[in-house]
Design a protein around this ligand. Structure first.
Ligand code: SAM
Length: 307
């Protein structure tokens, strides 16, 4: 069986890396094959809703140069096409495949179909599949900073926070530490994926705020402590499966030039797994970021992956 993931177009490289991290978290050691915005894998995934930069997943029925399939839906269906070339007419494809698979037993229902048949239009091929899940990305917006009871301008966007969690390859029940947890943006996304969350922040207001935000979303199992990165190894005498964070930036990072240095020194002692962090700096101690994310004209964020 082949599964087709339709990746978000804004930052394709990051979407693909998120998918790889997610697959690894599901113990699927498979490199997806990418064609335009489509990434194809063989193994059946679970927890697909963890993905933030994937729009939907379909089970592939047919790949063909012609728009045809022997598949006949048994109930009501709708055909929905995605043009991945930027030059084909999706409406025509939907109409043509719709009439091809229409039988006496089934019916077309564009509003509320029992099955959605997807056609991904590539340069010289059609990939036809049954949609198994459309990811409701508006749920991420509902968790934005302004919609949480405890908020601060430092809070990380939920989509980005979830991407960092997926890049870390951490699975359900494993331990993730954010040593600069702020309002808990990363821990909230990790907690929603049933990952065990640990946090540290130098400000007591952030520690209390993170606990509140986690609990408001039903994440009651957490360990959030007040303290400095300088003491992180004593505060948490634990081995983590990953360390994921958004390092202090702007004024906070300038106040104490050693914060980042200390983080880079401690993180490898806290985990043998992935160390993922976000920064506003394009170059850190000679390290180059893996990905950059344009936020607005004065802010680009950079994702670093240490190990
Ligand atoms: C960029 S913010 C993190 C934002 C967070 N990702 C969120 O979604 O809210 C960085 C955080 O690091 C904390 N911080 C600054 N210096 C620190 C230090 N030396 N040790 C621990 N935390 C520190 C700040 O209080 C701030 O909350």
């Amino acid at each position: 069986m082949t599964y087709a993931y339709l990746l978000a177009g804004e930052n394709l490289e990051l979407a693909e890396a998120e998918l790889k991290g997610f697959l690894s978290s599901q113990e699927i050691e498979e490199d997806p094959k990418r064609e335009e915005r489509l990434a194809l894998t063989k193994k059946e995934p679970s927890q697909i809703k963890r993905l933030a930069l994937t729009h939907e997943v379909s089970k592939v029925i047919e790949r063909s140069k012609k728009l045809e399939t022997e598949y006949e839906p048994e109930n009501s269906f709708a055909v929905r096409a995605e043009d991945l070339t930027g030059e084909k007419n999706t409406k025509e494809v939907e109409k043509n495949l719709g009439s091809e698979i229409k039988t006496k037993k089934n019916s077309v229902d564009l509003e509320n179909p029992e099955e959605v048949i997807k056609v991904y239009i590539l340069e010289d091929e059609y990939v036809i599949g049954r949609q198994i899940l459309e990811i409701d990305r508006s749920l991420f917006n509902q968790r934005k900073n302004q919609n949480r009871e405890f908020s601060s301008p430092v809070s990380l966007d939920p989509v980005l926070a979830r991407v960092l969690v997926n890049l870390s390859e951490v699975s359900t029940g494993e331990k993730l530490l954010d040593p600069f947890c702020g309002t808990g943006g990363i821990l909230l996304e990790a907690g929603l994926c049933s990952i065990d969350v640990y946090g540290l922040d130098i400000q007591v207001s952030m520690v209390e705020g993170t606990k509140k935000n986690l609990e408001d979303y039903g994440i009651l199992n957490h360990d959030i402590r007040e303290g400095s990165i300088n003491q992180v190894e004593d505060i948490f005498d634990l081995e983590f499966d990953a360390v994921v964070t958004d390092v202090p930036y702007g004024k906070a990072s300038k106040k104490d030039g050693k914060t980042l240095e200390k983080f880079l020194e401690s993180a490898p002692k806290l985990t043998e797994g992935k160390i993922i962090f976000m920064s506003d700096k394009e170059n850190l101690d000679g390290m180059s970021p893996e990905f950059d994310i344009y936020v607005h004209k004065n802010l680009t964020r950079y994702i670093y992956i240490l190990q």
